[in-house]
Design a protein around this ligand. Structure first.
Ligand code: ADP
Ligand code: MG
Length: 588
């Protein structure tokens, strides 16, 4: 049994023991609130900790869940077991609307938008006659199954914590899966994820939705537990407090949500009694203490309290046995010599600057084509135009005869063009194997639900087998379970190549693969490029290192000031006075 499973079992056993022992009722009430709050901050772990999207508006989703069930049970007499579903529906609808509008915003705009959303829902709840204005709704029924009241005391405690623990397990399962790897790749910016064929916007909306649903179920439970709802529990202050909980507990950790909710709830209660006594007047001084606490935590323990535990007990590496897995389906590769890529007079204008001017060249199957030129010649820009990262001002690109000029990078990658990055882009806290498996994203289908319920096991085995094979293909077989963040530059670059190979590409695009490599590592890279070529791979590389380019390339394209200076074999390029002049000119 691994440590994760042991911890979950201990947690479940503790819940049952606490429910069975004669603890004071007040303790159980506290634990009920902690469970409810933890459900909300669990959503924030996924949204903010993993996805990097900050929301102050979670309390509003709690409110939607609570008010939906309150109003429907009171006015229409609908069973709470049905209203929870209706609450989900309304929450999902509002989360989709809010998400689609706000999640395209960058930087600080998203948190601001969630504040606006939280505030407006608070005032809406407080001003609708049907919802009882600021007094709220009273006399909501308790939850029951048959004649058994499970909405109070110990049974409610077991219910809440059962929902909490199952949600935590579902999230852990999700994070360790195809969509989970995609979600974990969002935080580093969408460039890499999109290049792996991932629709990052869709995943942002998805985690926003999951977080909102967790908040909604907490609201449903809360309404029936308190038997009353009013807007104050769903305002901005609570929205901020939920974020406090997630951050203090450790916003990157699923279990941090419970620790944070527990601490904040207990501290909150304590301070509300202790502070007025200390200061001599009453008031919400606990907010100030929380403010100071959050600054201290962010400064001295930025990953939250759970990171102390996680450091001691690192996440166990994925140890599923995949050796009998069937290989992922592969594309039929082009015949040797077939025209793979045709770049036709592409151009890019940045304001008055022509960064790329009428560049054309072809890549045939099994060829290594290099793009070289002095600094500022327009190599990176050309690379971005071809890979769909940047829109072209003019020109067209054909991949195996098909016009891909207008496709976004994720569609281009789906067609079979895989790339690496000049500045390595990886997920530091994922193993090398998982990072590489991300490259196979488009070759699988299992989604969020399948991953939460672990019905994705067969596909995961196939992913891991593929990732292992690609790593072995480039001689990185002994790094499988190493954390990517611990690798040196050389292995990092090779890992990116393995990740690109996982996409089963027909054309491999490498952006300065030798940058930052030591001599021996460069030799290794040259060997790998040759080997891939012998296996039939077509490769396009932008590279500074002349020795490497002259050594491995079949064909060179030379750029200067955005223009095509010449193209030809390495020896033709080396013999060209124009090329010499261009490079000498740069050096002096
Ligand atoms: P290289 O990769 O060959 O060193 P680049 O393609 O990065 O060259 O840049 C070509 C020219 O375009 C340079 O003059 C650079 O300053 C300019 N450039 C590149 N990206 C941008 C951008 N996003 N906005 C404006 N100018 C840019
Ligand atoms: Mg460049």
């Amino acid at each position: 049994m691994n440590k994760q499973k042991l911890f979950i079992s201990l947690l479940i056993v503790s819940v049952l023991i606490i429910a069975a022992l004669p603890f004071p009722d007040f303790w159980i009430v506290q634990l009920n609130y902690i469970g409810l709050y933890a459900l909300v901050s669990l959503g924030l772990v996924l949204l903010t900790g993993v996805g990097g999207l900050t929301s102050f508006g979670q309390a509003a989703f709690v409110g939607i869940g609570a008010y939906t069930t309150a109003w429907l049970t009171l006015n229409l007499g609908i069973s709470p077991w049905i209203t929870v579903m209706i609450g989900f529906g309304l929450t999902a609808l509002s989360a989709l609307v809010v998400g689609v509008i706000t999640l395209r915003m960058s930087g600080h705009y998203l948190p601001l938008a969630t504040i606006a959303w939280g505030l407006s829902l608070y005032y809406l709840m407080g001003n609708l006659d049907a919802l009882g204005k600021y007094d709220g709704l009273l006399g909501i029924e308790s939850l029951s199954i048959g004649n058994v009241d499970i909405g109070q005391g110990r049974l409610f405690f077991v219910l809440t914590w059962a929902i909490l623990i199952s949600s935590a397990i579902a999230l852990l399962n999700l994070l360790d899966s195809r969509p989970g790897r995609a979600i974990r790749s969002i935080k580093g910016g969408s460039l890499m994820a999109e290049a792996m064929g991932i629709n990052t916007f869709r995943y942002k909306v998805t985690i926003f939705l999951i977080a909102a649903l967790l908040a909604s179920v907490a609201g449903w439970l809360m309404a029936h537990f308190q038997r009353t709802v009013n807007p104050s529990a769903f305002g901005l202050k609570m929205g901020i407090e939920y974020l406090f909980m997630a951050v203090i507990g450790g916003v990157g950790y699923v279990w941090g949500a419970i620790v944070g909710a527990g601490l904040v709830k207990l501290l909150d209660d304590y301070l509300q009694i202790a502070l007025p006594a200390l200061i001599g007047t009453s008031g919400s001084y606990e907010v100030i203490v929380f403010g100071i606490a959050i600054v201290l935590v962010l400064k001295y323990l930025p990953d939250g309290i759970w990171s102390l535990v996680a450091r001691k007990v690192p996440r166990p590496p994925r140890r599923i046995d995949w050796h009998d897995a069937k290989p992922l389906s592969a594309r039929t590769k082009p015949a040797k010599g077939e025209l793979v890529l045709k770049v036709d007079r592409i151009g890019k204008q940045f304001g008055g600057l022509t960064a790329v001017n009428d560049i054309s060249f072809d890549i045939h199957s099994g060829q290594i084509v290099g793009l070289i030129g002095p600094n500022g010649a327009g190599k990176s820009t050309s690379f971005n135009l071809i890979t769909g990262v940047m829109p072209k001002t003019k020109g067209q690109v054909f991949f195996r005869g098909q016009d891909i000029s207008a496709l976004p990078s994720r569609e281009i990658s789906r067609q079979g063009m895989a790339r690496t990055f000049q500045h390595v882009k990886m997920i530091n806290d994922m193993t090398v194997l998982e990072n590489v498996a991300l490259g196979a994203y488009t070759r699988g289908r299992c989604g969020v639900i399948a991953s939460m319920f672990r019905t994705n096991k067969k596909e995961e085995q196939r992913f891991m087998k593929e990732a292992q094979q690609q790593l072995e293909r480039i001689g990185m077989g002994e790094y499988l379970h190493e954390l990517a963040g611990n690798l040196a530059m050389g292995p990092q670059r090779l890992m990116e190549i393995a990740r690109a190979l996982c996409c089963d590409p027909m054309l491999l695009l490498l952006d300065e693969p030798a940058a930052g490599l030591r001599h021996k590592e460069k030799q290794e890279l040259i060997k790998i490029l040759r080997q891939l070529k012998n296996e039939g791979m077509s490769i396009f590389l932008v590279e500074h290192d002349m020795d490497l380019v002259m050594d491995v390339c079949d064909h060179l394209v030379v750029m200067e000031f955005g223009n095509l200076l010449m193209q030809g074999t390495p020896s033709e390029v080396q013999a060209s006075p124009a090329v010499r002049a261009a490079y000498l000119g740069m050096e002096h």
